[in-house]
Design a protein. Structure first.
Length: 183
């Protein structure tokens, strides 16, 4: 014996929409996808946490889906718990032979002490630019204590992590995307 339940919407007992099914069978789950993107608005030239992140004001770009990750003084705060994918891509510019620059994704689980979790090294940038891509996952099991930041280390004099005030073409961007519930 088969049973069929026919509904258009499933709601929480308070009336908050949780799931809807349209006539084509497409399922929409409200508040289930979260993604935030920031870009570096200007070049970063020091060995320090990168603070020059900004959103966008361009109407064609998607910067936030769901509740946004927020940024303050180099620290990124997550809106809800979950496993979050962090994608950092960028370019390092060097006027000379820079063999030392590294870009790190740092994480804290106590809202105080940050640990370097992942990095990309410049390798040998010989009067030009080097692109990099870092991707990792963070288990955000407490939104008060678990935070992220991006840090530049061992940057040579005259080198920079490249930024651009025009968001769509900024060479350095970071994306935070919630994948599933925290573990």
């Amino acid at each position: 014996m088969t049973s069929v339940i026919k509904v258009d919407n499933i709601q929480n007992s308070t009336g908050t929409a949780a799931l809807s099914i349209d006539s084509s069978g497409r399922v929409t789950m409200a508040n289930s996808v979260f993604m935030t993107r920031f870009y570096l608005a200007s070049h970063h030239t020091t060995n320090a946490v990168v603070t020059g992140w900004t959103g966008t004001n361009h109407s064609v770009e998607i910067m936030n889906i769901g509740t946004a990750v927020t940024h303050s003084s180099g620290n990124f705060t997550f809106p809800i718990t979950g496993i979050w994918r962090v994608i950092l891509q960028g370019r390092i510019n060097s006027p000379g032979n820079d063999t030392t620059t590294a870009v790190y994704i740092n994480i804290t689980t106590d809202n105080s002490t940050y640990t370097r979790m992942m990095y990309a090294g410049a390798g040998d940038v010989d009067s030009g630019t080097l692109g990099f891509f870092i991707q990792n996952y963070i288990n955000v099991d407490n939104v008060t204590n678990v935070k992220a930041q991006i840090e530049v280390g061992s940057i040579a004099n005259g080198s920079s992590l490249m930024g651009q005030s025009n968001g769509p073409i900024s060479p350095t961007q970071v994306v935070f995307e919630r994948i599933t519930d925290s573990q």
